[in-house]
Write a protein that binds this ligand. Structure first.
Ligand SMILES: [Zn+2]
Length: 144
């Protein structure tokens, strides 16, 4: 799913969260997490190309599908970790909102791209060497 689509959906869900729970913290955490986990694309670029970050090269690498797909934040594994953190903190609203934001982001990516469920598993991608051709079987190569 594209960045602006995540922004719109996250904003709408944050509005619903605010309407339901009257918590700016919960709504803001959902919005920030729901949008910002895509920054792991840039992290992949920096890990593989180093600094300085060059936007043109990053966009080229993205479109040419030359980056390994670490996508650190795109992992179902984060959900139980965040869920445990929510439990341990008695429902801290920042962590709860982050859990909701990451969760909705991954679900919408999965639904939008229709890739295999495991494509959004960090450990599974690691086992595949983070190589796009081993992860994605369809025409699209990349997790958004
Ligand atoms: Zn994404």
């Amino acid at each position: 799913m594209k960045f602006h689509q995540h922004a719109v959906i996250s904003l709408a869900l944050s509005g619903l969260l605010y309407a339901a729970f009257k918590s700016w913290t919960l709504a803001a955490a959902n919005l920030i997490a729901g949008v910002c986990i895509d920054l792991d694309y840039a992290v992949d670029y920096v890990m593989q190309h180093g600094f300085p970050f060059r936007l043109k090269e990053f966009i080229h690498a993205y479109h040419e599908d030359t980056l390994l797909k670490v996508r650190l934040f795109h992992g179902w594994e984060w959900l139980p970790v965040l869920g445990l953190m929510v439990w341990l903190t008695d429902g801290n609203l920042w962590i709860t909102g982050t859990l909701l934001g990451v969760g909705q982001h991954l679900v919408f990516d999965k639904i939008n791209f229709g890739e295999h469920f495991l494509c959004y598993s960090l450990l599974w991608r690691w086992e595949k060497g983070f190589k796009s051709e081993a992860i994605f079987k369809r025409t699209r190569r990349g997790i958004k």
